[in-house]
Each structure stands twice: as structure tokens, then as C-alpha cells.
Write a protein that binds this ligand. Structure first.
Ligand code: GLN
Length: 309
């Protein structure tokens, strides 16, 4: 088979490895602190049978904030735009992903967008299901359909570790409950949210999820659309404006690919009408983005002219 990306990917991974020493693995969720900061991996999916992958691409990691993209899509499919955006806004914040400050200054008090923790917690509270088990099973099935991987589940240890230490997310949730943005039991919501963040994938799964987002919610191996095209478009727009936290502006200029990162070091990229990209590199910069991963995306974007701008 002619390998369009193969040799380039190998070179790029080698090239960005040096930057891993500039970052640190997340340790505010204790179970994430054991990750090996020197790991770097990439996978590209173009809709054919297999991915082009390089580096530690079999390594499993948890979605963390990447899950925010998927719960947003599912909540929109469950309730429609009008209801979802009555609970969460559409504007970037310029603040860190876990910041509480704008919640108090916004009137009415609703989180600015679904890619920050407050917004994601509000969105997670909307997922349909009669119990947390049912909600989680729906979300897992959605991720399995998008990635074409039936084995996908969540990492219990990471979920538990975050649940035990998620006091800031609890505080955000209680604040929003007081202001009517969300209803129900906060610890129940935290149980679901920490499990959603602990869904475990590898780079190839992420690349396939990115491909579906890039291609109107379709997966080449599935008969039906998994995400309605309009929702895939909407979600990709959030990835551009808010997907890399408060580094989204610079990332749009340097890379220009709709992308979403997580504190595990994963990044999903969706090049509209083209490829899906999965990245892993757990050494993070101060804003919580994978140092090597960002460099890798910059190289890919420039080499293959992937910027949407
Ligand atoms: N589970 C993490 C949290 O809520 C996700 C944050 C992230 O990946 N930026 O803190």
C-alpha cells in the first residue's frame, strides 16, 4: 500500500520528542500522575481500513476534556439546540478550563461555553437516561460507534481518583445548582462526569472519532450517520473557538485545525471533509495542552496544508 503519511509521521514524532521535557503530566487527578511524560503518539484516519500511526500509538489514555465534545453532541441530539444553549453559552472565556470567576459575573449566571468545566458539567447533567448507568452506557455506545471499537470502556481507577478529589468541580456544580443552571444531586453528576472523563481510548480510536466529526458525523464502517451533520458542524466550531482552552486563539493561528485536548495529554483533531487525527503526549504546558502534541499538529498542518483558514 502506498503510505501517504508513514515516513513523515515517523520523522515528525522524532522531531517533537525533545519538547516533552518542557511539560509536566497532570497530577491534580492523582491517577494521571503516573503517566510517562516522554510518550508521544499520533494516528491519522482517512476513512480507509487502517490508520497511519507512529510512536506509542497502542498506549491507552483517558479522554478527560475531549469527552466534552462528545457529551455536547449527545446532549444536542437528546434535546436540540434551543434547550442546550439555554443552559450554556457559546463564547470563549480566555480563562483556564476550571475557572470559576466568570460564573459570578455573567448575568444570567450560566457557563460561557461547553468546553470549560462549568459548561461541560451543565451539559453532562442533560444526558438522557433513567440512571447514571444508563447514561454512561449510552455515552459509551456513542463513543464505540464513532470509533468503530466495541471494546471501549472507562478506567475505574482514574474515575475514582478524580471523584475523590474533584472539589473544584463540585463547587462549580453547587454554584450552578443554586442559580438554576442544573438540577439534581451534585455527587450523582460528579459520578457521571468523572466516568465520562475516564473513558479510555488510544490514538487510533481518537483519529476515527475525529474523522466522523470531520465528515458530517458519518463513519465509513457504519451504515447510518452517527451525529447529524448540523451538530457535527456546531461541535467543530466550538473546537475552533474553545477546544484548546485559553490557548485556542494562538492554536487557530498556528495550526488552524478544529481540535480538543484533555489533561491526559490526548488531542482529537477534525479536518473538515478530510482526516481525523489522534494525538497522545502526556507532558502538558501550563494551560493543560500536550506540549509535543501541539508541536506535532503544527508540523502536520503546515506539511499537509490542513489549516481551515
Ligand atoms: N476531568 C478533568 C477535570 O474536570 C478534565 C479537565 C481537562 O481535561 N482539561 O478537571
Amino acid at each position: 500500500m502506498v503510505c501517504r503519511y508513514g515516513d513523515d509521521l515517523k520523522m515528525m514524532v522524532e522531531q517533537v520528542k525533545q519538547y516533552t521535557s518542557e511539560g509536566k503530566v497532570a497530577d491534580y487527578i492523582p491517577a494521571l500522575s503516573v503517566a510517562d511524560p516522554s510518550k508521544v503518539a499520533v494516528a491519522i484516519y482517512d476513512g480507509n481500513d487502517t490508520c497511519f500511526s507512529e510512536g506509542n500509538f497502542n498506549e491507552k489514555f483517558t479522554l478527560q476534556s475531549i469527552s466534552k465534545v462528545l457529551t455536547l453532541a449527545l446532549a444536542l441530539m437528546d434535546h436540540g439546540e434551543k434547550y442546550v444553549f439555554s443552559k450554556v453559552g457559546m463564547e470563549p472565556t480566555g480563562d483556564p478550563f476550571n475557572s470559576i470567576s466568570k460564573l459570578e459575573t455573567q448575568i444570567p449566571s450560566k457557563p460561557l461555553n461547553p468546553m470549560i468545566n462549568a459548561g461541560a458539567l451543565a451539559v453532562s447533567s442533560l444526558i438522557k437516561g433513567s440512571s447514571n448507568e444508563e447514561k454512561l452506557e449510552r455515552l459509551l455506545q456513542f463513543v464505540r460507534d464513532l470509533s468503530g471499537n466495541d471494546q471501549i470502556s472507562y478506567n475505574k481507577e482514574v474515575a475514582q481518583s478524580e471523584f475523590e478529589t474533584a472539589d473544584l468541580n463540585r463547587a462549580l456544580s453547587y454554584f450552578m445548582k443554586q442559580h438554576g443552571v442544573l438540577t439534581g444531586d451534585v455527587d450523582e453528576l460528579l459520578d457521571f462526569y468523572t466516568k465520562q472523563c475516564a473513558i479510555e481510548v488510544n490514538c487510533e480510536d481518537l483519529a476515527k472519532i475525529g474523522f466522523a466529526l470531520a465528515n458530517q458525523g458519518k463513519h465509513p464502517l457504519q451504515k447510518n450517520d452517527i451525529i447529524p451533520a448540523e451538530i457535527a458542524r456546531l461541535v467543530k466550531t466550538f473546537m475552533v473557538t474553545c477546544g484548546m482552552y485559553n490557548a485556542s486563539g494562538e492554536f487557530a493561528i498556528r495550526v488552524g485545525i478544529p481540535a480538543k485536548s484533555g489533561v491526559s495529554g490526548g488531542i482529537v483533531g477534525a479536518v473538515p471533509g478530510n482526516i481525523g487525527i489522534g494525538i497522545y503526549g502526556p507532558a502538558l504546558d501550563k494551560k493543560g495542552n500536550s506540549v509535543a502534541g501541539m508541536r506535532l499538529l503544527e508540523l502536520l498542518s503546515s506539511k499537509y496544508h490542513l489549516s481551515i483558514f
